[in-house]
Design a protein around this ligand. Structure first.
Ligand SMILES: [Zn+2]
Length: 467
């Protein structure tokens, strides 16, 4: 006797849509359907094959959308800069930018302002299709920030500010290192990050030359034993290699390799000033690199003289990051995709470099790998978590829709992101965050930004009179 199988219950079914899966076969499914239950994707395929077997609590007609995995921002400062966005002048050298402006603006922020900054950054990411991020290791008030991020519903790995280098003559090096190690241990115990944690802390470092060998070893060991990662800034300018050469006799990556701290659990940000032998070490150790093309452009880092094509050719996992709101000026990772795709085509006069499909891989699968979450995010496939973005294609930049991967990188940007799910939960609908009041956020940010600039004693009236 033939029996019609009972339809399976699912929470959400998106049908009749174009799905860029980023699965192992890199399938793009036309007239596709995707469904999830309890945050886990249970079906992806042709609508006529998938939908009849499902009974969905919510059905979304996907005809006006392109569906992609949520993007992964490999490097962003969710505190400090979001609430002073655009305030820092764009004609500063690296040292003056970081030590004259960015850090003083961090130092005066209150706990409430950091929570607000994190929500503003998360709202911007979600509204631009970014569902996961690696924070830069520069949070001062971790409890408040984690609370704010959990409320808005994004996925991320965060870290409290940790550095220990004794720069002043009367600094107690051993005490500074003990304090920094305690910060790392405390955060991983308070906010552990098993794969299923939406927000978790891991033992990251500010980086450059601010961490001693002992702190690097401890951070890497903690990450290995707790299953997290380490991220740190390195070599945006020549200052880092110069410091390492003068103080260790080796270049930064050679030195970190010598310490035994590199590996797939480590992602290093900027990495503009490298030698070919440093690229080889990154490839051999599986260390990830966060490429932040927008902050390189604003800061004049010289990224086009960097070895990013060589890293890609050697199989170094390149992630894409947006960096700080003052450094990169946007949390729109799709703009970073556009710039990453074009930067070396122009610099090397070689259009074969960083094709659209490679850049989209950086923003999805490589990002997932850098977070240690390859089994859960970065692609739309059965068994993965439902981090799903619906791009509105009833817009001029999307029509005609001829080549969806090319158009994601070269035509569209975050403005067409219409609806976003993280772990199966709707966090953006019709261009608005669902779990926080965006208007209230903006009003608070207007007050906080001005107060912070005043407290830091860093007015910037801008070049032209405001009348
Ligand atoms: Zn950064």
């Amino acid at each position: 006797m033939n029996q019609t199988p009972t339809p399976a219950d699912v929470d959400v079914l998106v049908e009749h849509t174009l799905i860029v899966t980023m699965d192992k076969g890199r399938r793009i499914v036309s007239d596709g359907a995707i469904a999830w239950r309890d945050g886990e994707i249970v079906a992806v395929g042709k609508t006529d094959e998938v939908a009849p077997g499902l009974r969905a609590a919510t059905v979304i007609d996907g005809r006006g959308f392109v569906v992609t995995p949520g993007l992964v921002n490999g490097h962003i400062h969710v505190t400090g800069e979001p609430v002073t966005r655009g305030h820092v002048p764009d004609d500063l050298g690296w040292y003056d930018n970081v030590f004259g402006w960015l850090i003083p603006l961090y130092n005066v922020q209150t706990e409430a302002e950091e929570r607000l900054a994190a929500q503003l950054a998360a709202a911007e990411m979600l509204r631009n299709g970014v569902t996961s991020f690696i924070e830069a290791g520069t949070i001062r008030h971790l409890d408040a920030v984690v609370d704010g991020l959990r409320q808005i519903g994004i996925r991320g790995r965060v870290a409290q500010w940790a550095q220990d280098r004794a720069f002043a003559p009367d600094d107690d090096q051993a005490a500074l290192t003990r304090q920094a190690i305690k910060v790392l241990q405390d955060e991983v115990e308070r906010y552990p990050c098993p794969p299923e944690a939406l927000i978790g802390a891991w033992p990251s470092l500010v980086g450059h030359m601010t961490a001693t060998d002992d702190l690097w070893r401890e951070a890497s060991a903690l990450a290995r034993s707790y299953g997290g990662g380490v991220t740190a800034h390195m070599s945006p300018a020549e200052a880092d290699p110069e410091w390492y050469l003068a103080n260790t006799g080796r270049r930064p990556i050679e030195h970190l390799a010598e310490l035994g701290v590199l590996g797939p659990h480590v992602s290093l940000t900027h990495m503009v000033h490298l030698t070919p032998s440093e690229v080889d070490i990154l490839a051999e150790t599986g260390t990830c690199v966060n490429h932040c093309p927008m902050s390189a452009l604003k800061g004049g880092y010289g990224a086009t003289a960097g070895l990013f094509p060589e890293m890609a050719a050697k199989g170094v996992k390149l992630l894409l990051g947006t960096d700080g709101a003052n450094n990169g000026n946007t949390g729109d990772l799709m703009r970073a995709m556009f710039i990453a795709a074009g930067l070396f085509k122009d610099a090397r006069r070689d259009t074969s470099l960083f094709p659209a499909q490679e850049v989209l891989t950086m923003a999805t699968l490589n990002g997932a790998a850098g977070m240690g979450l390859s089994s859960r995010i970065g692609a739309l496939a059965v068994g993965k978590r439902a981090d799903v973005v619906l791009h509105d294609i009833d817009r001029p930049e999307w029509r005609p829709l001829m080549n969806v991967v090319n158009q994601l990188v070269w035509s569209a940007d975050g403005r067409s992101v219409h609806t976003v799910f993280v772990d199966g939960v709707k966090v953006v609908e019709a261009y608005r965050c669902t779990l926080v009041d965006e208007q209230a956020l903006y009003a608070e940010a207007e007050v906080a930004g001005r107060a912070i600039a005043e407290r830091a004693g860093l007015p910037n009236p801008g070049p032209w009179p405001v009348v």
